[in-house]
Design a protein around this ligand. Structure first.
Ligand code: CUA
Length: 320
């Protein structure tokens, strides 16, 4: 029974090590370095634990073997000198990692990410200096380093994609930097790792790592405004003032308070990583955003006839 329990526990623990949001299943240079630091520290901790348990057992079995002087030496050596040396080595090793994790590689593409309440504003800086804005999703080219410039307009958040790199705070009034260098394609999950208010736990995003060509054609597509058709949902969107907060490039909607919705239908999720990207989820969010994300700034539009909410939802979903 105990053996089955232990096996199940070990499998459970190992399963926790894999997946799209695991620092122990690295898919980026930074995460690889952090994972190797973790394994060295875990091995060191195991050795120290075994030594302490061994000494304890030894002391229990031979309580009167040592003079007081020897006991004092053991306490000074094992309780002060050894921990000081071990922690100093671990600190030096970790500090030596930092420049590589944070430094900006020359000529790397820049992406500005701003932590909002409670979503992510993402701006790709193009070679000509113009920007392409999207929200709650990043796509990156595999095998290339990009520099992420992190900021926040109001409260402190922390940007963390455990599979790809370390965690960096987003501090109002400052720009902090992080290098992301994904090593393989896939979809990885990022989160806010600093308590930032009511919906802190509902503030996630996907990082989609693509081959270079695929990435470039995606970015080119995101850059283009949409070509608006005569669409009832879009007309209702504009008539109800949604454009005061949201931008849909190619239409009259040019608000900057909320997420840019130009290509929202192409994203992997809605509501900052918490809802599937389909018309039902759009309709639910539009009618009761506060029920999905407590404390959200967007007012509910549940007073609109549900058929109108549905029309807006279906139009937004078509914005790919
Ligand atoms: Cu943003 Cu926690």
């Amino acid at each position: 029974m105990l053996r089955y329990g232990t096996t199940a526990l070990a499998c459970g623990l190992l399963a926790c090590c894999a997946g799209p949001q695991s620092a122990l299943d690295p898919a980026g240079r930074g995460a690889e370095r952090i994972a190797s630091l973790f394994w060295w520290m875990a091995a060191g901790a195991a050795v120290i634990w075994l030594a302490v348990v061994g000494l304890t057992l030894y002391a229990l079995h031979r309580p009167q073997q040592h003079s007081e002087r020897k006991a004092t030496q053991l306490i000074i050596g094992g309780g002060f000198i050894a921990p000081t040396v071990i922690l100093a080595v671990a600190l030096a090793f970790a500090l030596a990692l930092l420049p590589d994790l944070l430094a900006s590689p020359r000529g790397a593409m820049q992406i500005r990410v701003s932590g909002e309440q409670w979503w992510w504003r993402v701006q790709y800086v193009l070679p000509d200096g113009r920007t392409v804005e999207l929200a709650n999703e990043m796509r990156l080219p595999a095998g290339e380093a990009v520099e992420v410039l992190l900021s926040s307009p109001d409260v402190i958040h922390a940007f963390w994609v455990p599979s790809i790199a370390g965690k960096v705070d987003m501090i109002p009034g400052r720009v902090t930097r992080l290098t992301l260098e994904p090593t393989r394609t896939g979809v990885f999950r990022g989160v806010c790792a600093e308590y930032c208010g009511t919906a802190h736990a509902l503030m996630a995003f996907d990082v989609v790592v693509l081959e270079k060509e695929e990435f470039l054609s995606w970015l080119e597509h995101q850059r283009k405004p949409i070509v608006p058709e005569r669409d009832r949902g879009l007309e209702l969107f504009l008539a109800n003032g949604c454009g005061a907060c949201h931008t849909i490039r190619g239409t009259a909607a040019d608000g900057v308070i909320g997420p840019d919705l130009t290509h929202v239908g192409s994203r992997t999720s809605l509501g900052a990583g918490i809802l599937p990207n389909d018309a039902d989820a759009f309709a639910h969010f539009i009618a009761r955003p506060d029920a999905v994300k407590p404390g959200v700034l967007m007012p509910p539009f549940g007073m609109l006839p549900s058929e109108e909410v549905r029309a807006i939802a279906e139009s937004l979903e078509r914005l790919e």
